[in-house]
Design a protein around this ligand. Structure first.
Ligand code: ZN
Length: 231
């Protein structure tokens, strides 16, 4: 099936209070993989990500985003980066913490990256054990150090590298309506475990063969899909 691709000219990254990430590295990654696009970083003056309790409030977020005048450029991919933690209801009708929401705008939460994908089971066993004897406060730093290579934590120096994958997912959602890939060796893998996240974004840190082909097509396509299509 051939599909026209709707290429944007601009990516706007809106920073809602994230302190530790490297914009230049993200910009280089986006240009290397998606071609000649402009990437802008905009610091939000007021918060746009809304929740009701812990649940992500899509309508409230869209409304605040539009009220701020940010959605004016319709030929652009809009991505909000926030520290705010949010959840959506799973099929089991229980709230599940999310690292990202792919919509218009897309929202990526750094706290959600830490709290969303599950840590290794052994970590929770240590936590349970030391919490039960009231020693978690003094043991936490040591245990986290022991598991450093197996999950992303707050103020983690690997955050920028992980953000690359989530931003790529937001862009694939914007172009194709599908942000994810089923292959663990792809930056578009929807990781439910921290170890899978680290594998996809840091240890492997590449796109799968199929998505590399997509990227080549995206790079060579004219804006608004005037040229060619995707097979
Ligand atoms: Zn893939």
């Amino acid at each position: 099936m051939t599909q026209d691709i709707n290429i944007f000219k601009v990516i706007y990254l809106y920073n809602e209070g994230i302190k530790k990430f490297d914009f230049k590295t993200l910009k280089d990654f986006l240009e290397d993989n998606f071609g000649k696009i402009k990437v802008y970083l905009i610091r939000l003056k007021s918060k746009v990500v809304h929740t009701q309790g812990l649940l992500f409030d899509l309508r409230g977020t869209k409304k605040a985003f539009e009220a701020g005048g940010y959605a004016k450029d319709e030929d652009a991919c809009h991505i909000v980066l926030t520290e705010r933690l949010f959840a959506t209801l799973g099929q089991d009708r229980r709230p599940h913490i999310r690292a990202s929401i792919y919509s218009f705008p897309s929202v990526i939460s750094t706290s959600g990256i830490v709290e969303g994908p599950a840590k290794p089971k052994e970590f929770y066993l240590y936590k349970q054990k030391y919490t039960s004897i009231g020693a978690w406060d003094i043991k936490e730093a040591g245990i986290k150090k022991k598991f450093k290579s197996r999950f992303i934590d707050y103020r983690d120096t690997r955050l920028t590298e992980v953000l690359k994958g989530y931003i790529a997912q937001a862009i694939f959602f914007y172009i194709f309506g599908e942000p994810f890939c089923q292959h663990k060796n792809c930056r578009l893998f929807n990781a439910h475990w921290q170890e899978d996240l680290i594998h996809a974004q840091i240890k492997h840190g590449k796109f799968c063969k199929r998505h590399r082909k997509f990227l080549t097509k995206i790079k060579t396509a004219c804006p608004y899909g005037r040229q060619g299509g995707l097979k």
